[in-house]
Design a protein around this ligand. Structure first.
Ligand code: ZN
Length: 498
């Protein structure tokens, strides 16, 4: 019998750590490895990656290509093994889509009234298809309530105004929204209409689409702003919809994750892997203004630089870590975790043998919006797995307080590339210093604003945490006592079952 008490959970988590801690006195060899991680080297990488020349590393863009070449050159200098299909590069065929609003026609008939929303009050979701629907039945749905038989029909519902709710209520609403989206996609309607309260963004710029994304088979979603239609929706019994939409204009684009491998030193454990990752893209440039470039120094040249330095430090060890380390720089995080989702579907090493993912983000700034964060670091989903406590242990040895941010740790779990690996069952977290900082996603996120001495200390902590996982014969586990980790534990079990 296994009692489900907090105490038992604590015990479960603490037991393997005693082992880890005991094994990990800082030997001179480990100390020398950590000392390889230097403030000036970090500054060198960040100042290049975040320079104006790279134009904010948008996905796709020439600046992103240059950043990718730089990362590959650093992997080459460290002597890492090639981890992609094209040397250090793992090419991914993507498509950019541009909706054709000019050829769009929407007609809704409800209770004798006709609504024809103008194209500039409609936003088209990601799709590679068009719509050609004539007088299909229109079915009212309400988020949080059961969905009837909607196959082949057009579903119309109201998108909640998330911004008007307090955090807790909003989280609940978003969860039921996600469930609604899953249910409605399964029910195979002809299309989904989301009524919104203000003009939706027009998406006139080409948008990135992963042609291998299974959700592309889901029904097309249109956000529609039409106060009259929304009013009619409130009391509607039924109706019809005619939806005409030409397929979007499409252009192929080649994107690249950058992947290098440091083979492990243990004859058995070297066939298992720890992924150390960071996204190397950012959000590009804005159309006007004195400073047009979003440099993305802290987000996420800092994580990329940290990954490079950790790879370099470990490559110099005489006896390498026992498990193999996979270093990955992802494209397209800012556009929706594209690089990491692509990797999870096309991994370089078997996911079944991948025991953990430490994803690195926002490690250089210490001016968190909630107050200064010096000699401190945190993980998202801190107690979803044993990794949080392993890193806390590492921090004790390097003088960095690694802690759970009660307000933000869980809320930010889905906000970076660790999510893609967690979804396929790999214990995966993002390690970071600040969650939100004054220049976040602004042109002012520049390299000279980072505290590199503090960053070196924090990156040494990350390296030590990775080493503790890589050298421990017991892989870290999802926390069975935490219900928030349940979907990931389930994915892990399903994968192990195969
Ligand atoms: Zn980021």
């Amino acid at each position: 019998m296994r009692p489900h008490t907090g105490l038992r959970a604590l015990f479960l988590l603490a037991a393997p750590l005693l082992l880890v801690g005991a094994e990990f006195a800082l030997t001179p060899a480990v100390s020398a490895t950590l000392d390889e991680i230097a403030a000036d080297s970090l500054k060198g990488h960040v100042s290049f990656l975040a320079s104006d020349v790279l134009q904010g590393r948008d996905t796709p863009s020439p600046g992103l290509e240059i950043a990718g070449e730089y990362i590959a050159s650093q992997f080459r200098a460290a002597g890492l093994e090639l981890g992609g299909k094209d040397g250090y590069f793992e090419p991914a065929r993507f498509i950019t889509m541009k909706p054709d609003y000019s050829g769009m026609r929407l007609v809704f008939e409800i209770g004798g009234q006709t609504f024809q929303p103008a194209p500039d009050s409609v936003s088209i979701g990601r799709t590679l298809r068009g719509l050609d629907i004539e007088n299909a039945p229109l079915v009212k749905a309400t988020i949080g309530e059961p969905l009837g038989d909607v196959a082949g029909k057009v579903v119309i519902t109201e998108l909640p105004d998330f911004g008007s709710y307090a955090a807790e209520e909003r989280a609940k609403l978003m969860a039921s929204m996600r469930e609604f989206s899953r249910n409605v996609a399964r029910a195979k309607p002809a299309a989904i209409i989301l009524l919104v309260r203000r003009e939706p963004p027009r998406n006139l710029n080409p948008r990135l689409v992963d042609p291998g994304d299974p959700s592309l088979a889901d029904p097309i979603t249109l956000q529609v702003y039409d106060p009259g239609l929304r009013k009619a929706w409130e009391t509607m019994q039924g109706g019809t919809a005619t939806l005409k939409l030409p397929p979007p204009a499409q252009e192929p684009v080649m994107l690249r994750n950058v992947i290098g491998i440091l083979p492990g030193s243990d004859p058995v454990l070297k066939n298992t892997y720890v992924i150390v990752s960071a996204h190397y893209d950012h959000v590009g440039v804005r159309a006007s203004g004195e400073d047009r470039v979003f440099n993305g120094a802290n987000d996420n040249a800092s994580g990329t630089a940290a990954m490079i330095e950790i790879a370099r430090a470990f490559s110099k060890m005489r006896v390498k870590p026992k498990r193999s380390l996979v270093f990955i720089a992802y494209f397209g995080e800012e556009k929706g975790l594209f690089g990491s989702r692509y990797y999870a579907r096309n991994p370089s090493v078997p996911l079944n043998q991948t025991v953990a993912n430490i994803n690195l983000e926002q490690l250089g700034r210490t001016d968190d919006n909630d107050g200064p964060e010096v000699a401190g670091a945190t993980l998202t989903g801190f107690d979803y797995s044993e990794i949080g406590l392993i890193f806390a242990e590492a921090g004790k040895l390097t003088g960095v307080r690694v802690y759970k941010n009660e307000k933000k740790s869980d809320a930010f779990f889905a906000r970076s590339d660790n999510q893609a690996l967690a979804d396929v069952g790999v214990p995966a977290h993002t390690f970071l210093v600040v969650y939100e900082f004054p220049d976040y996603h602004r042109p002012g996120d520049e390299w000279h604003k980072l505290d590199y001495a503090n960053m070196a200390k924090v990156v040494r902590t990350a390296a030590l945490g990775v080493l503790m996982i890589a050298n421990n014969p017991e892989p870290p586990k999802w926390n069975e006592a935490n219900p928030k980790a349940a979907p990931y534990l389930k994915a892990w079990k399903e994968r192990k079952g195969n």
